[in-house]
Ligand binder design. Structure first.
Ligand code: 2P0
Length: 350
């Protein structure tokens, strides 16, 4: 059976039922050019193209097992039964896979996250990337990486990038019909010279977000007078970032990443009402990054939908940077990550 679907170009679909289950692993990614704002909420089409580094820490491992007798999907996260919005998002994602596969079998999902509890690091990127790879295999869809990236995108935008290791760019895709726009929005690897980078992650607050990133993005696009200027400048940032990666200029990579992230936070601060994820502790860590630069250490910061700070530096400087950041983060957890691998299937079959 061959099938064409806006989300997934199916290369080949096995006889339904030949693979009763599959397990996949994926890692989180940190955007150096941020994704902030959707132009289509249902298809998760972003307003801008983003670019990220996949990490070598905190893998998510997900098993999807088909259950011919089940009437509903069920899921467990770290051994705890998923309910409410979490289960709804997983089940909606599985329905999308079923639609493409022509299956009506429900699934049992078992997900293990290794992010330290409350580390305040998003797990939706690694979560939906692992789920996409495992679910595609379990339902017998043979997708190429681009198809998997499009599929993962429908779970969570940033998950499209975690299909790939190292640096990945997620294309906003063309305007046009839903089908064209959907097919054109996927991630792929970005050519880069050897940079030997590290990201020092400072967890200054592990508490829940005041506003979900979904709601914050929506509010920013709808109400922030700074949104359009940032989205426009992000295109230039992207071009400059690609060229800095190609020539292996980590200093330029850091400079561009920092200004792009600060600009994204400026758009939120100007939203009505404002969304402010940065806390006093964030600013203290940002000051320490500035001091590192004054002391001649290459170090640049980026922040996502939360107060935690990720500091890009040379791998050789990572321990020194971590020490300085740890002192500034006053008791917060500090971790060092490097570039990691893309999502992959660990096992499949009955
Ligand atoms: C990013 N973030 O590029 C940006 C920067 C947060 C700040 O992607 O609504 O969980 O599921 O598509 O992917 C967080 O948003 O949002 C995010 P949805 P997602 O990494």
């Amino acid at each position: 059976m061959r099938s064409e679907h806006p989300t997934t170009t199916v290369l080949q679909s096995r006889e339904q039922g030949s693979a009763a289950g599959a397990t996949a692993v994926a890692h989180p990614n940190i955007a150096l050019i941020k994704y902030w704002g959707k132009r289509d909420e249902r298809l998760i089409l972003p307003c801008t193209t983003s670019l990220s580094m996949t990490l070598d820490v905190f893998p998510t491992t997900t098993e999807v097992r088909l259950d011919p007798a089940a009437e509903h999907d069920t899921a467990a996260l770290n051994g705890e039964v998923a309910t409410g919005e979490t289960l709804r998002r997983i089940s909606a994602f599985l329905s999308l896979v079923r639609e493409v596969a022509g299956s009506d079998q429900r699934a049992v999902v078992d997900t293990r996250n290794t992010v330290p509890t409350g580390a305040g690091l998003a797990s939706s990127a690694s979560g939906f990337a692992a789920l996409a790879v495992a679910a595609a295999a379990a339902y017998g869809l043979e997708l190429d990486d681009r198809g998997l990236s499009r599929l993962a995108r429908r779970g969570s935008g940033s998950a499209s990038r975690s299909i790939f290791g190292g640096f990945a760019v997620w294309h906003a895709g063309p305007d046009g019909t839903a089908t064209e726009a959907d097919l054109g929005s996927y991630a792929e690897p970005v050519p880069a010279a050897d940079l030997d980078p590290a990201l020092v992650i400072a967890v200054v607050n592990a508490g829940p977000k005041p506003v979900s990133s979904r709601e914050a993005m929506r509010r920013t696009v709808d109400t922030s007078p700074l949104y359009r200027p940032w989205a426009d400048s992000s295109k230039d940032d992207l071009d400059e970032m690609r060229s800095a990666l190609l020539r292996g200029d980590l200093e330029a990579v850091g400079e561009i990443a920092e200004r792009n992230a600060l600009g994204m936070h400026a758009t939120m601060l100007a939203a009505r009402p404002a969304v402010r994820y940065l806390s006093p502790a964030t600013v203290t860590v940002l000051d320490s990054v500035l001091q590192l630069r004054k002391d001649g250490v290459l170090a640049y910061a980026t922040m996502d939908a939360g107060p935690n700070v990720k500091v890009l530096c040379r791998r050789a400087d990572a321990e020194r940077v971590a020490d300085v950041v740890r002192a500034a983060a006053s008791g917060g957890q500090v971790l060092v990550a490097g570039p990691g691998d893309g999502a992959r299937l660990l096992s499949e079959g009955a």
